[in-house]
Write a new protein. Structure first.
Length: 314
């Protein structure tokens, strides 16, 4: 079977660039959408990244969310669209803009698979999430609704915790590197969490696009060796550095109370941490009907274990 042609939207982003990399590595003809104003923003790093994609064989396509026709034209050139539109409040958050992409895909009428920007907790399971963090899930559900109403073939990727946001910092709020002496532990620290290397997110994502087993399904990336409690993750780090850290346990009420006085983006983050590390929202369910697990579907992917991932921080 010929490999699908893929358009990646948000390909310069944190996870988008890993999806571009995986798409090229897997031999897909890869198109990367970029906004027309790229050269005028003087963002040399972003431009150089796009040029490096081109050097590796990608096709750069100009298109804008404020120009419907440009989106339709871009979509018409491919079989599959993957969106990695921004969705982390601490950076940028434009999830709802994807409705315009859904409209373009609907009009183009040729797309065999659309993967919207999800790549986190499954928003379909977060109906009871706390304010204000629930905005992420509510908006992702709104995009799902538009996709399903337009009957666009799709796959939703639930990528759990990216190692860079949640692993290397063990996962402490307000920092991205491991603490040296003391580590805050959420509750008893025994809730199971799933950590994933971002390059593996890219690879598993690409593996799903031509796979009939993942059509109109949610795929969870839940690599078995990376299902770890916070205390287990900290222990891995302690072994790597040969030193024990002092553990300060934070009861749930105290953690939630810390939201008071914080900025909006930080409040969103506290809510997400609460659901992950206190409630166990990533692991408190079985993967069932209409759902798949990526490492089972693609055992050939030699995913990065967290002991290797954390070595980057030594
Ligand atoms: N599981 C986890 O731990 C985790 C962590 C973080 C994020 N996520 C999820 O991953 C997904 C992607 O997030 P990310 O952090 O990778 O995103 P990001 O790096 O902040 O941004 C991704 C892309 O969005 C594009 N974008 C933003 N506004 C745009 C606009 N107006 N028009 C066109 N493009 C626009 C950017 O293109 P330009 O640079 O051209 O603007 C960029 O390439 C989100 O759904 C997010 O919720 C998950």
């Amino acid at each position: 079977m010929e490999k699908s042609k893929v358009l990646i939207v948000g390909g310069t982003g944190y996870v988008g660039k890993r999806i571009v990399k995986a798409s090229l590595a897997e031999g897909h003809k890869t198109y990367v959408l970029h906004r027309p104003e790229i050269g005028l923003e003087l963002d040399i790093d972003k431009l150089q990244m796009l040029l490096s994609f081109k050097k590796q064989g990608a096709v750069l396509i100009e298109g804008s969310f404020s120009d419907h026709r440009s989106l339709v034209d871009a979509v018409k050139q491919v079989d599959v669209v993957i969106s990695a539109m921004s969705g982390a409040h601490l950076r940028s958050h434009n999830i709802l803009m994807q409705i315009k992409l859904v409209d373009a895909i609907k009009e183009a009428g040729n797309i065999k698979r659309f993967l919207p920007s999800e790549f986190g907790m499954d928003p379909g399971r977060m109906g009871d999430a706390l304010e204000p963090g629930r905005v992420t899930f509510d908006e992702k559900m709104e995009v799902r609704k538009a996709i399903e109403e337009a009957q666009i073939p799709h796959t939703y990727i639930s990528a759990n915790c990216f190692g860079g946001w949640f692993g290397g910092n063990l996962p402490q709020m307000g920092r991205l590197t491991p603490p040296k002496d003391q580590v805050f532990i959420y509750g008893d620290g025994n809730v199971k969490v799933v950590y994933v290397d971002e390059d593996d997110v890219g690879m598993y994502t690409i593996k799903t696009i031509d796979d009939p087993r993942t059509l109109n399904k949610t795929v969870y990336i839940r690599p078995p060796d990376n299902i770890l409690t916070q205390l287990q993750l900290v222990e891995i780090w302690e072994k790597l550095v040969g030193k024990k850290l002092e553990k300060i346990h934070i009861p749930a009420e105290e953690f939630l109370a810390s939201m008071k006085g914080m900025g909006y983006a930080e409040q969103v983050a506290v809510g997400h941490f609460y659901h992950i590390f206190y409630e166990g929202c990533l692991t408190n369910f079985e993967i069932g009907e209409g759902q798949e697990e990526a490492s089972q579907l693609y055992p050939e992917v030699n995913y990065t274990r967290m002991d290797d991932y954390l070595k980057q921080y030594l």
